[in-house]
Design a protein around this ligand. Structure first.
Ligand code: GRG
Length: 298
């Protein structure tokens, strides 16, 4: 689909992906209705869908079957949505605004928000287990393991644990990087790899290149997030701006300053582009996505 421009590609995927999520989430009239309504509230009609878009772009690279990529895209978005719901709870980041609307525990209640996160996580793995994603069943199991590792204590949840203990303390740049490679980077990296793994098997070298791309854009995403948190306003972000500094959280901006943080994002972007060099034209959408991640303003 390189014949259409990037903004059209993004909006057409966002719109068809929304329909896909509508179908995959439990209907609000099925018991327990309140939990299902809260799951839908937390997932539907919001967010940039960066992780699904990365999966679609990686799927494009290898010519993967769209039906398969749709499922892995949904799985990573459900994991992401669960992490946001839990992150916003009073026991974690304690926020009231997400994606321009009240957070799940504010709109519903704490217990419901906890169960929404749990249920979204389970649904993500259910989808990966019940749909065919690869012609090779062993490879499909490896994909399920990849998402489990990326979201668990050696990935996103582990990064979140470090984040929670870092409040008010000093982290070095390598320590901050370690935290973000896990908290934000792991799921973004997994999104890229899972999209590509819906297609024909890649060689070891190609997979390593794609992994390097995923690692760089994952970290760049976080560096840009830190810059936006310090520079953008709440209305544009759809979440409370300036919170990190207020909470005494170390960020790339507090450690390096805005200019050096922007420079770091640019260097990561360049490295991501280098990692794609050998793929040529089919990696066009992955390049577009790297540009989007660097240049985004929300
Ligand atoms: C609770 C296990 C657990 C993990 C939470 C991802 C995360 C870990 C917390 C979110 C806190 C946060 C603001 C992290 C910074 C980067 C980030 C993940 C921002 C939100 O992602 P976007 O910008 O959000 O892709 P949308 O709403 O567009 O999907």
């Amino acid at each position: 689909m390189l014949d259409i421009d990037f903004p059209t590609w993004v909006s057409s995927h966002q719109s068809s992906f929304e329909d896909q999520l509508q179908q995959l989430l439990p209907k609000p009239d099925i018991a327990p209705q309140r939990l299902h309504a809260a799951m839908r509230y937390s997932v539907l009609d919001g967010g940039k869908r960066v992780r699904p878009l990365l999966a679609f772009a990686a799927g494009d690279l290898v010519g993967a079957d769209c039906t398969r990529v749709n499922i892995v895209a949904a799985a990573v978005e459900l994991i992401h949505a669960y992490s946001l719901v839990h992150d916003d709870m009073p026991c974690m980041d304690n926020d009231v605004l997400r994606r321009g609307k009240p957070t799940c525990h504010i709109e519903y209640d704490d217990a419901t928000a906890l169960l929404v996160g749990d249920s979204l996580q389970s649904l993500a793995f259910q989808l990966l287990a019940e749909h065919q994603l690869n012609n090779d069943a062993v490879q499909q199991l490896a994909m399920i393991k990849l998402l489990a590792t990326a979201s668990g204590s050696r990935g996103m949840a582990g990064g979140q644990a470090i984040d929670l203990t870092s409040v008010g303390s000093h982290l070095s740049v390598p320590e901050l990087e370690f935290m973000h490679i896990h908290k934000t980077g792991a799921l973004i990296r997994a999104s890229v790899l899972l999209g590509a793994q819906c297609g024909p098997a890649l060689g070891e070298v190609e997979l390593a290149r794609l992994d390097r791309y995923g690692k760089c854009v994952g970290l760049a995403f976080q560096v840009v997030d830190d810059v936006l948190d310090s520079e953008a306003d709440t209305a544009t972000l759809g979440k409370t701006a300036g919170k990190d500094a207020k909470q005494g959280k170390p960020t790339y901006v507090t450690l390096l300053g805005v200019q050096a943080a922007k420079q770091m994002a640019t260097e990561l972007h360049n490295e991501a582009m280098d990692a794609l060099a050998e793929f040529g034209e089919p990696a066009g959408r992955l390049r577009d996505m790297a540009n989007f991640i660097l240049l985004r303003n929300y």
